[in-house]
Ligand binder design. Sequence first.
Ligand SMILES: [Zn+2]
Length: 223
Amino acid sequence: MALVASKLEPAQAMVDEVIEAGHGWTRRIEAGQVVRIVDLEGNQAVDTLFYNAADPSERYSAVDTIREQGNVYLSTGTRLLSSEGNPLVTIVADTCGRHDTLGGACAAESNQVRYALEKRYMHNCRDTFLLALACCTHDMGKRDLTANVNFFMNVPLTKEGGLTFEDGISGPDRYVELRAEMAVRILISNCPQLNNPCNAYNPTPIRILIWNGPLAAPGVAAG
Ligand SMILES: [Zn+2]
């Protein structure tokens, strides 16, 4: 866990918007730009995928990222690698301390398996991803949904290597900051899940800020 605060000032951000609970969002981020995701009320799960903006068939690879850093948790210093082994983004600041990339995204199917058959019709991240892609891209769809990052989500491993979903370790206004290492498309589902403690059974809004490259100084260690 590497808690590092950012020096970037929200007043200087070129983008500052709130994504409501359960909503999706996608945008092209240029190389060198910095994106901050703020967990406004705490304990939210922010399901996120990254792609090479020029060629979405090159996309985030959880397995390459885990292997290269030798750790299953994401935090400051983690380089999120693509399926071609190239860095897509680097986590340059993090005031939460741990993010998951093992738990995957919720779906109509997993809602039925995990919770109950009648949960099939509840909102889920997979549908939110697809809606966001349908709105904003021409060439992306189901085939592009792969193992994702869950920012602010806590999925600790047991001693035996098992996965457990626990209450989040995030809190109000904690954030994670990402510097784009190439032009990337970022795709977010601000998880609408009502059946899982990952977001305290209560989906809440997040805030997205984006700064241009020259302002993107490295973060400083939190005092
Ligand atoms: Zn979800």
